[in-house]
Design a binder for this molecule. Structure first.
Ligand code: AMP
Ligand code: ZN
Length: 465
């Protein structure tokens, strides 16, 4: 399998450290609000990766739930997003976390993302985070300011591993603007924050440095290493995490263990709106529920995500979602048609294996889902495979795509407008009287009104154009 590694800037052949299993860590949701469909694009790509890996190896997939410590500002100040959510809704931070975690997993399941092997909440791993900060302190990587314990990034030579030297200089310039006077370097970040003196936090813990809460970055390092060991095969997330969150995870983890933290860094590009970035804090974001309310099925959105490679930006529009829905419905119809066409005694030949291979090869070429989808269309529409082989092929492909391709579409009985009903009745009468000129005129009138009529052995059938 070929996978693009953000760290080496190229596709590499993936092999796990141990053939026994692949270890994969994916940054999970910050549960202070609903997830938007941009977040969900990232989980869909991670699910495709997980399903493809599982064709070869067992997979241990860990995902965290950030329920404390993710601050509004990346410069380590501003309020904790959880406390902001609590104040907004007049609930406790704990209730907010529980509520949005449930909502998140409902969306996750509806999009057919496979549940991780381990789901780890940050608030349940404070002990491990404190232990990691202690190790860093003992090794001389930390310093104390009035508001917390910080990591000194100048002590870690590989700090530019993910972003590269020149981009790091640019980032430092940006960070310097918001830098507090007590920080030694603009890129330094909080490992442990003290609770404010003037305000009681809802989520806080004792530590060797004082009452407070963990920094967001240390959460992921501590939980990833708790469940997956010091060196992890694959670490995923959205592209926004490259320059700060994942850069800091490498710095903390490798400084603490002296070993390589992650072998493959795999990042998904953003879903964008024409108006720009989709963000939770912006307040205007599209959720899966927004799509449901407009009559879409969650899998219509999954299909849309599969039409773009995970490393290219995808612009969200309702026109493209409509097109995705239509394609998915057609694909299901053709799948069911193949199923209905299976003749008794039809045998499976090596042609089936060849089609499966081309599908799998596309997925194993850095998750080329658009190409894999094209293989599905070609195989279903082509004459290479017999109907029984087509059915087996789609079963295999749908194990990765997870689009419910054997689902029978519910036909919604829509009531026709009265004037259309009247035209149809008149046409039935005209045909009965063998007045075909009138019947054709009525068909044109119906077409002009947006309805297509077809004459079938079962009688006249009508559909919306
Ligand atoms: P958060 O809940 O904000 O911590 O983000 C959860 C995941 O969604 C992370 O992996 C982010 O990198 C990712 N993400 C955030 N915004 C987008 C977006 N617009 N498109 C794709 N992924 C995103
Ligand atoms: Zn993370």
């Amino acid at each position: 399998m070929e996978l693009y590694n953000t760290e080496s800037h190229r596709k590499e052949t993936f092999q796990p450290l141990s053939e026994k299993q692949v270890t994969m860590y994916c940054c999970g949701p910050t549960v202070y609000n609903y997830a938007h469909i941009g977040n969900m694009r990232t989980y869909i790509f991670e699910d495709l990766l997980g399903r493809t890996l599982r064709l070869h190896w067992p997979l241990k997939h860990v995902m965290n739930v950030t329920d404390v410590g993710h601050l509004v500002s990346d410069a380590d100040d501003g309020e904790d997003k959880m406390e902001v959510g609590a104040a907004r809704e007049g609930k406790s931070a704990w209730d907010i976390a529980k509520f949005y975690e449930e909502k998140f997993f409902a969306d996750y399941d509806a999009l057919h993302c496979t549940r991780p092997t381990v789901i780890s909440r940050a608030t349940a791993h404070i002990k491990q985070m404190i232990a990691l900060v202690k190790t860093l302190e003992e090794k001389g990587y930390t310093y104390r300011t009035s508001d917390g314990i910080y990591y000194d990034t100048s002590k870690f030579p590989r700090y530019d591993a993910l972003v590269g030297r020149s981009r790091l200089e640019g980032l430092k310039g940006g960070a310097r603007v918001e830098m507090s006077e007590e920080k030694r370097n603009p890129t330094d970040f909080a490992l442990w924050k003290f609770s404010p003196k003037d305000k009681k936090r809802q989520m806080e813990w004792d530590s060797p440095w004082g009452v407070g809460f963990p920094g967001w970055h240390i959460e992921c390092s501590a939980m990833a290493m708790e469940y997956l060991g010091k060196t992890i095969d694959i670490h995923c997330g959205g592209i926004d995490h490259v320059s700060v969150h994942h850069t800091n995870e490498i710095a903390q983890s490798e400084a603490a263990t002296g070993q390589q933290y992650v072998r493959f860094w795999v990042h998904g590009e953003f879903l964008v709106l024409r108006a720009g970035k989709m963000s939770k804090s912006g307040g205007t974001f599209v959720t899966l529920q927004t799509l449901r309310d407009k009559g879409y099925d969650p899998l219509d959105y999954r299909y849309l995500c599969l039409t773009a490679h995970y490393r290219t930006q995808l612009e969200f529009t309702y026109e493209s979602l409509d097109a995705a829905r239509k394609s998915l419905q057609t694909l299901r119809k053709e799948t069911l048609a193949a199923q209905a066409a299976v003749k008794p005694g039809e045998v499976l030949t090596e042609k089936l294996a060849a089609s499966k291979n081309s599908f799998q090869a596309a997925m194993e070429d850095d998750l080329n889902a658009p190409k894999a989808l094209a293989v599905v269309w070609e195989t279903l529409r082509g004459n290479e495979l017999n109907a029984a082989e087509k059915v087996e092929f789609v079963k295999f492909a749908d194990g990765i795509l997870a689009l419910d391709l054997f689902r029978k579409e519910e036909v919604k009985e829509e009531k026709l407008p009265a004037e259309i009903e009247a035209l149809l009745q008149q046409r039935v009468a005209a045909r009965k009287a063998k007045d075909y000129k009138k019947s054709d005129e009525l068909r044109d009138a119906l077409a002009a009104a947006g309805y297509r009529v077809k004459d079938t052995p079962q009688g006249q059938q009508v559909e919306k154009i």
